[in-house]
Design a protein around this ligand. Structure first.
Ligand code: AMP
Length: 215
């Protein structure tokens, strides 16, 4: 099964992708995570992407298309995957169709997570993750049971994304409207675009997604 989760930053794509990974054995392919890893490792791609990401702008189509082309050919992707944060422009969507076609694959569903953007800024500004295992938390909505200690692995170091600050988040939302929203009609015309209410509780959103995938 090959799925795209679409929505503005903070819509919950990563959270839901992780749940699908656990429940269905699909692989989460987050171009944001891959780019952050490249920045951390100081690779040539990371060096190019670093400043662009810090500003809340989009990395070039060429870079992310190459990353995805390499990644989906890895053996673990045979099981199927959830694209989280890709495609983000019409040329990326077209390139994806082309490469899936080359492998004889097709997309099963494109699921748009519909959210209230004013709430997204608050959601994103409060989020942080465990530096050791990547478990996600939030200052208001999901604190660790014991302050400063990860519920999952006991880690005591946490990371906040630099681009989650309110002013950068506004730029990321602007990029979403200018560049990513135009891919919605592209998938609508193919008859595979579906919607879920991304403002519902996390478990409820998972149920909505599962209902779509069960059809
Ligand atoms: P994300 O973790 O999906 O919010 O992505 C973080 C940042 O990585 C974005 O603000 C972009 O700068 C960059 N990025 C991630 N995915 C893409 C993509 N498909 N196209 C262009 N830039 C991307």
């Amino acid at each position: 099964m090959k799925i795209i989760l679409l929505g503005p930053p903070g819509a919950g794509k990563g959270t839901q992708a992780k749940r699908l990974e656990e429940a269905r054995g699909l692989i989460q392919l987050s171009t944001g995570d891959m780019l952050r890893a490249a920045v951390k490792a100081g690779t040539p791609v990371g060096l190019k992407a670093k400043a662009v990401m810090a500003e809340g702008k989009l990395v070039s189509d060429e870079i992310v298309i190459d990353i995805i082309r390499d990644r989906i050919q890895q053996p673990d992707c045979i099981k199927g995957f959830i694209l989280d944060g890709f495609p983000r422009t019409v040329p990326q969507a077209e390139a994806l169709d082309k490469m899936l076609g080359e492998f004889g694959w097709k997309l099963d569903s494109v699921i748009e997570m519909v959210v209230d953007e004013a709430v997204m800024v608050e959601r994103v500004a409060g989020r942080f993750t465990c530096a050791k295992c990547g478990q996600g938390y939030h200052d208001s909505f999901k604190k660790p049971a014991k302050d400063g200690v990860c519920d999952v692995c006991g880690g005591t170091e946490f990371i906040r994304r630099e681009d989650d600050r309110a002013e950068t988040m506004q730029k990321r939302l602007a990029e979403f409207h200018a560049q990513t929203a135009p891919i919605l009609p592209y998938y609508k015309s193919k008859g595979i675009l579906r919607h879920v209410d991304g403002m519902a509780a996390i478990d409820d959103v998972t149920r909505q997604i599962e209902a779509i995938l069960a059809e």
